[in-house]
Ligand binder design. Structure first.
Ligand SMILES: [Zn+2]
Length: 202
């Protein structure tokens, strides 16, 4: 297939062009987001692979590109996943990082489910820069923007008639875009670990 017809090549070119237009001189960012609320499942692969292919294509063309993995670990626990004791019902509603670890070997519930996904990323050779949304929210990183959004709620509603103000940010397949954000967390790389198990959606 000719490069011009390949969606990866096309999107990678758009990333570079838009990155230069919006944030000249900065490294463009492709973004994935995952809520670590249960076992790894196929949808996680889709979420990660799309931005990965685009970021990889940008790099193949000789330009730097960052792929961030936003851990939505400040999401609330909505239901107890398969394999976790029913007694965890009492934690429904808490942030995933505020729920105890089911196995006793991780810092919390979110970390328990991050580990097998990280292992899968290593096996696939997908390099990401991790961001914990618990850290971002609790550090106040979003406070100014949240207050601004609340003040301008009516304007936001008018911008996307018929949708909730938060709806556009949920379009994750199209999150291969530039944010200009500089995450503080670590970059992971390299195939090392054992296969991850689990096929149940969260
Ligand atoms: Zn655990």
């Amino acid at each position: 297939m000719a490069a011009a017809e390949d969606w990866v090549a096309r999107t990678a070119a758009q990333v570079r062009e838009e990155g230069e237009r919006r944030h000249p001189g900065e490294v463009p960012t492709c973004a994935s987001g995952i809520s670590p609320s249960g076992p790894v499942h196929l949808g996680n692969l889709r979420e990660l692979m799309t931005p990965h292919l685009v970021a990889d294509e940008v790099r193949r063309n000789g330009a730097p590109c960052r792929h961030i993995l936003s851990w939505d670990d400040y999401d609330r626990l909505r239901r107890v996943p398969l394999g976790v004791p029913d007694s965890f019902e009492e934690y429904v509603g808490r942030p995933l990082t505020g729920v105890p670890d089911p196995c006793g070997q991780h810092e919390n519930f979110a970390e328990h489910f991050k580990e097998p996904l990280r292992e899968s990323l290593d096996l696939l050779g997908i390099q990401v820069t991790e961001i914990s949304q618990t850290e971002m929210y609790t550090s106040g990183a979003y406070t100014e923007q949240i207050v601004l959004a609340m003040r301008r709620r009516a304007d936001i509603g008018r911008s996307w008639p018929g949708t909730a103000p938060s709806a556009p940010t949920r379009c994750r397949p199209m999150r291969a875009m530039m944010t200009g954000r500089r995450p503080r967390s670590t970059t992971r790389s390299g195939p090392t670990a054992r296969p991850a198990a689990g096929t149940t959606p969260p």
